[in-house]
Design a protein around this ligand. Structure first.
Ligand code: ADP
Ligand code: MG
Length: 399
């Protein structure tokens, strides 16, 4: 991890304008946010800057307006939610640059908070247009990025501004980068990676990156079927990408060459139809799957063995559920392994970092999201980081 500045490096910012990039892309229904996770994540940074006496100006995107104003995608729609989360008044500013923005920011007093309009109303945002970024930077004294979830995009407010103003990582960004560094950048070894989910095709680069970095690669979920098929196992009518068997073999060979053990399930839970508690459900060895059966979860013996693997490890990075966890009882392996990881984390023998939309849902379902060392809600940015990519928003802070 390169070095980046944090709020600890700020001098006296009384009366200075902080341009703070946050993720306020809240899921909405009937004018109310259905989940406040993103707003809560950036609350500490907003309040810390306000307490330090800065004029805090929030920059965020909302939905996909594709460079045009849309009244239904105005950030004014979440202004009330942000005020409730912060227990503070927030002034809405219907522009991001130009005289209106300048005048509005001029009204803010030290410690006040402003919320600018949806940055994606202007094509310069996603185009990372330098003139657009300059127009925004003209009203600020320094830039803080607290939106890791948008850091895989080189946009004007996620990347461009960092070149124009003194740039700092906010507290949420800092926490995320430190957790990810401890999981894959500079981890305590041995490291185990759990990769599950539906398809190999969506996580090919993740798998290729991980085999060179971790000592144990645990493959579960639908993607395990592709690996099993590549080894000559008949997976019946399981979800399987037969066209990727060559890639699967290449990944297993690369793992061999770099001393990474690949763990595939040897017992599985199968059923003839995909439904909750189907009567045809049974547990069997992977070599006994019938032509009309599909694999829907990792079996109990394999889960126990995987728990033993985790006991020998110091670090765990997890993306993707082990089975079709939304439908009972195909959540069993995911829940059991997640609870083992949580227990080892509580004992202090394992640092556990997880991310991915369905993974977060699965850990919540297992009731252990709070017990992992860190759970990333960043989606695309988390996956690109698992792929070993440099995230432009992070690189710009590290210069
Ligand atoms: P994430 O969002 O955490 O990155 P993915 O989107 O890659 O995870 O995968 C999650 C999906 O994979 C879930 O909807 C789950 O039902 C599905 N899945 C897991 N195991 C299987 C399986 N054996 N067969 C079919 N689908 C599966
Ligand atoms: Mg998903």
């Amino acid at each position: 991890m390169g070095k980046f500045k944090t709020l600890d490096d700020l001098g006296d910012v009384t009366g200075k304008v902080a341009l703070l990039r946050v993720d306020l892309n809240l899921p909405m229904a009937d004018g109310r946010a259905t989940d406040l996770t993103r707003a809560l994540a950036v609350k500490p940074t907003i309040l810390e800057l306000a307490e330090k006496g800065a004029k805090v100006v929030l920059l965020a995107h909302f939905g996909r307006p594709k460079g045009e104003r849309h009244s239904t995608l105005s950030l004014s729609l979440v202004q009330g939610e942000i005020e409730r989360v912060l227990s503070k008044e927030v002034m809405f500013i219907p522009e991001v640059q130009g005289p209106v923005a300048k005048q509005a920011i001029g009204i803010l007093r030290a410690g006040d908070i402003g919320l600018m309009e949806n940055t994606r109303f202007w094509p310069g945002e996603e185009g990372n247009n330098p003139e657009f970024a300059k127009g925004i930077a003209a009203n600020g004294d320094f830039y803080v990025n607290d939106a890791f979830s948008a850091a895989h995009r080189a946009h004007a407010t996620t990347e461009g501004l960092a070149h124009l103003l003194p740039a700092y990582a906010g507290r949420a960004m800092q926490k995320e980068l430190e957790a990810l560094d401890a999981a894959l950048g500079n981890p305590e070894m041995p490291v185990a990676a759990v990769v599950g989910g539906a398809k190999v095709s969506t996580k090919l680069v993740v798998l290729e990156n991980l085999v060179g970095k971790v000592q144990h690669l645990i493959i579960g979920g639908g993607m395990a079927n592709t690996f099993l098929a590549a080894k000559g196992v008949d997976v019946g009518k399981s979800l399987c990408e037969h066209d990727l068997t060559d890639k699967a073999i290449a990944i297993m060979e690369a793992a061999d060459a770099s001393g990474c053990t690949v763990h595939l399930p040897y017992d599985v839970v199968v059923a003839k139809e995909f439904a909750a508690n189907p009567p045809s459900m049974r547990v069997c060895n992977v070599h006994e799957v019938a032509a009309d059966e599909m694999i829907l979860d990792v079996g109990p013996l394999a889960v126990e063995a995987l728990g033993d693997v985790l006991k020998t490890c110091r670090t765990l990075v997890w993306n993707g559920p082990m089975g079709a966890f939304e439908t009972a009882p195909f959540d069993a392996a995911t829940v059991a392994l997640a609870r083992m990881a949580a227990a080892l984390t509580a004992e202090g023998s394992l640092k556990s970092v997880a991310g991915g939309g369905d993974t977060v849902a699965a850990l919540n379902h297992a009731g252990v999201a709070e017990d992992f060392s860190y759970v990333s809600t960043a989606g695309g940015a988390f996956l690109e980081w698992m792929e070993g990519k440099t995230l432009p928003g992070v690189a710009a802070l590290e210069r």
